[in-house]
Design a protein around this ligand. Structure first.
Ligand SMILES: *Cc1c(COP(=O)(O)O)cnc(C)c1O
Length: 409
């Protein structure tokens, strides 16, 4: 059996720095905070270089030295390709901004970047002998968990808020998870998973409550750097729910700098939320390190409808360290950006991706993003999963076709 060269040295509590051993199942640290995976970066840097990467398949497992999986047999492959970076030149000209690029994560298995995190979480669970996993989800994470677990013969239980987009719920069930709808928010669903642990003997795969989803999301930062020839954009706009991706990318940049693959120039990290659920924005504006749970959360961008994030301080630390900021946009602006990008660029975003475009437009206006800064937007899921305007231009084949009507629609 092929062994993956792995350089994990230990795990560390992201809050207290307390050290935990690698190669064991872990949830949160004793302090109730996320655990981060630490590597022997000197050894890693000796084992791989940029030219070696070029010889590898265009998939995120090309970064295996940066990942915790030890046995190739643990890896479940569903086609984890590198996602394209699309230029949005018309919007760039129109807004009068620097380069606008969109990283289109909707091309990944199960149609969202949740595949990155769950591919890693499931591989590690398989390696460590887990037979049953559970999670709360607003949709995409559940779908990715279901798909990877079905392939790995791991049983899954998924809990969604009952108003999660129907297509997500059906996808989760169709991919083999036992799927439940609860009349509350993702945090309420998280409680069901946490409190059922003893009786159900399942592994809690909630965002940041196990250490490996971040490592999967970290590949976004590694990939971004490699695709841009190791020269990062000036600003990254990230639609932030639990914040795994933002935290993961920041970790990637730290590790890349530590091994000398990039310099100290970092993107300003901007956490984008919806006005109807903006706990991180509130905490950022108030200068606090932790966010209070958001009451009565509501937004059409369900992926970022997360009233409370365990990794709040990690998101806020990264945003502040990078000299970025956190910003909220209205559902109305999300809808407008969604349509504008589809009509002008031919790029069908998900609502959360559209939120980053809305934020860019807004912050060019306020001057918090400068017109000479290059900007990377994250489109986290395929737009095809989300409702679009319905169409009512019916044609009656029994009548004479009215081309004047057709011409004037
Ligand atoms: C999960 C999700 C997000 C938020 O990602 P985090 O890394 O958890 O903050 C944004 N958009 C979509 C479509 C998602 O599925």
């Amino acid at each position: 059996m092929e062994e993956y060269p792995t350089f994990v040295s230990h795990l560390e509590c992201s809050y207290t720095g307390k050290v935990y051993p690698a190669d064991q199942l872990h949830g949160l640290s004793e302090a109730g905070k996320p655990l981060l995976v630490k590597y022997d970066l000197d050894a890693l840097a000796k084992a791989v270089n940029k030219d070696m990467l070029k010889q590898r398949l265009p998939e995120f497992w090309r970064y295996r030295e940066f990942l915790p999986v030890r046995k190739s047999s643990s890896v479940v492959r569903l086609g984890e390709l590198m996602t394209p970076i699309l230029p949005a030149q018309k919007l760039q000209r129109e807004y009068g901004t620097g380069e606008i690029m969109i990283k289109d994560e909707g091309r990944l298995p199960t149609g969202s970047f949740k595949a990155r995190g769950l591919a890693l979480a499931v591989a590690m669970a398989k390696e460590l002998g887990v037979k049953r996993m559970a999670m709360p989800t607003n949709g995409n994470a559940g779908a990715a968990l279901a798909a990877y677990c079905s392939s790995a013969d791991i049983e899954t239980f998924v809990f969604c808020p009952e108003d999660t987009p129907k297509v997500n719920i059906e996808e989760i069930a169709f991919q083999g998870a036992k799927t439940f709808l609860a009349n509350g928010y993702i945090n309420d669903c998280g409680k069901i998973v946490g409190e059922g642990k003893e009786q159900m003997n399942w592994f809690d795969t909630s965002t940041l409550k196990e250490p490996y989803r971040i490592e999967g999301k970290k590949t976004m930062g590694l990939e971004l750097a490699e695709q841009l020839n190791w020269d990062l954009p000036d600003v990254v706009l990230y639609p932030t729910g639990g914040g795994t991706g933002l935290i993961g990318m920041w970790k990637a940049f730290n590790e890349l700098e530590a091994i000398g693959w990039i310099g100290s120039k970092r993107p300003r990290m901007v956490a984008v939320q919806a006005e109807g659920c903006a706990p991180i924005v509130k905490a950022f504006d108030e200068g606090t390190r932790h966010a209070e749970p958001w009451q009565n959360a509501s937004t059409i961008a369900s992926g970022i409808r997360v009233p409370a994030a365990v990794g709040d301080f990690l998101i806020l630390d990264a945003v502040r360290e990078s000299n970025g900021f956190a910003v909220a946009v209205s559902d109305e602006d999300i809808n407008m950006a969604h349509q504008e990008c589809a009509r002008k660029e031919g790029i069908l975003l998900c609502p959360e991706g559209a939120a980053t475009l809305a934020a860019l437009k807004q912050e060019i206006g306020t001057g918090r993003i400068k017109s000479d800064e290059s900007v990377m937007l994250f489109n986290c899921a395929t737009g095809l999963k989300y409702p679009m305007q319905s169409v009512h231009h019916n044609i009656d084949l029994g009548a004479v076709i009215d081309y004047d009507f057709i011409a004037n629609v």
